[in-house]
Design a protein around this ligand. Structure first.
Ligand SMILES: Cc1ncc(COP(=O)(O)O)c(C=O)c1O
Length: 393
């Protein structure tokens, strides 16, 4: 299957979203909650001048989430913030006490075993939920698709969670998790949303803002293009909010990247109604975190009005990007990047190197030139160490 590039006809220049849908994004306590985790450190923002020179762009900066906590992916920012908000609601009832946000995880007052947290995951989000549940001495049950990498399953078990491998895709795991949670009174902490289940996914999206705050605390030079890996679109929603409503003008162009064949955001953008569509069938991309067939309903309005270009990349492009990061160009720093994490660089390599009319149009649309400054998000490191070894080493 071929890569695709779609410029967004639904893009608005200064999008506005209803107040109730942006409330979580404007919460004042997001970074304080993250700082209350003893393992919290801002992740590095790395410059790759030699690669930029080779690709004939002005600058490439990479936010390197392979250093996030010890989980090697940005996802736990969402589980940490959403579980805090959920537990805070519980602890703010009469007779209970909730520590302030900036001490929340250091001084938890939640009795052991109060909740069972559950979620579906292709790896990273579930690991984050399991990690946070363990810090609060709660139980976690994590549902994973049948083709999940062994290393990713084990990583979640090592956090003390029970793993249920569902016979089917990520979307099947989401459905099974919701069914079991309903039957057993468990609390779903899902990064995707559906009609009637929205509050927690909004807090998860809001938790991702810490990544963008860190980037711009370190760096006041503007970007021309930000490339965002997309699965259900929750990270993309946070990027849409940040770069359209928080970041000052001139604003960068936002590019969503999905695997060829698991491009539910791109297909929703080109759909007749402009509303989210669910893709049918199994998704077999090695970019496990992006292997999703259904956009998150609450993410969609942000992505639909706030992104400029939607594109897909092949698994081969992701492999090449993992190797490019690892081998590094000249004395650029080495970066450890997993399959989904490398998709942003895969998109940039595709944009710079593909010779096709569609790629020409995309380059022109993005005004890609030798002075363009690009931000990439390496959203994960070697979260599947076996797969990483086979592809890179
Ligand atoms: C490493 C990585 N990058 C990107 C994403 C995409 O995030 P979202 O599903 O919010 O679009 C995921 C999702 O699991 C992921 O694990």
């Amino acid at each position: 299957m071929m890569t695709k590039f779609v410029s967004n006809i639904h893009r608005q220049t200064s999008p506005q979203w209803p107040a109730d849908t942006v409330a979580a994004f404007t919460a004042p306590d997001i970074s304080a909650v993250h700082r209350s985790l003893s393992e919290y450190r801002p992740t590095p923002l790395l410059s790759l001048p030699n690669l930029a020179h080779e690709l004939t762009v002005g600058e490439i900066l990479v936010k390197d989430e392979s250093h996030r906590f010890r989980l090697k992916a940005f996802k736990a920012l969402g589980s940490a913030y959403s579980i805090y908000r959920f537990v805070r609601q519980y602890l703010e009832r009469p007779g209970r006490q909730c520590p302030p946000a900036d001490q929340f995880y250091r001084e938890s007052t939640l009795p052991k075993g109060t909740f069972v947290f559950c979620t579906a995951t292709d790896g990273n989000h579930g690991r984050g939920v399991a990690w946070i549940a363990r810090q609060l001495s709660q139980r976690a049950v994590i549902y994973m698709p049948t083709n999940s990498a062994h290393a990713r399953i084990e990583n979640i078990r090592k956090e003390g969670a029970e793993v249920v491998v569902v016979d089917g895709s990520y979307d099947d795991a989401v459905a099974r998790c919701a069914k079991d949670a309903h039957a057993r009174g468990w609390q779903i902490i899902s990064d995707t949303s559906w009609p009637g289940y929205e509050e927690i996914p909004r807090w998860i999206q809001a938790g991702y803002l810490t990544m963008f705050e860190e980037i711009h605390a370190d760096n006041d030079a503007g970007f021309d293009i930000v490339i965002v890996p997309a699965g259900v679109g929750a990270l993309a929603a946070a990027a849409a909010w940040y770069y359209n409503c928080v970041y000052p003008e001139p604003r960068p162009k936002l590019v969503s990247v999905e695997p060829v064949g698991a491009d539910c955001l791109l297909q929703s953008i080109v759909s007749e109604t402009g509303e989210p569509v669910s893709l049918k069938g199994q998704f077999a991309s090695i970019m496990a975190g992006l292997n999703c067939g259904t956009p998150s309903t609450i993410a969609w309005p942000f992505v639909k009005r706030g992104f400029d270009l939607f594109m897909t990349v092949t698994d081969d492009a992701a492999r090449e990007a993992m190797r490019t990061y690892y081998r590094s160009t000249g004395d650029d720093p080495r970066i450890i990047s997993g399959e989904s994490g490398a998709s942003g660089l895969a998109a940039l390599l595709t944009l710079c190197n593909e010779s096709s009319v569609a790629a020409d149009d995309a380059r022109a649309f993005l005004s890609l030139s030798p002075s363009t400054k690009v931000l990439l998000l390496n959203t994960e490191g070697d979260t599947d160490s076996e797969g990483f070894g086979e592809i890179v080493l």
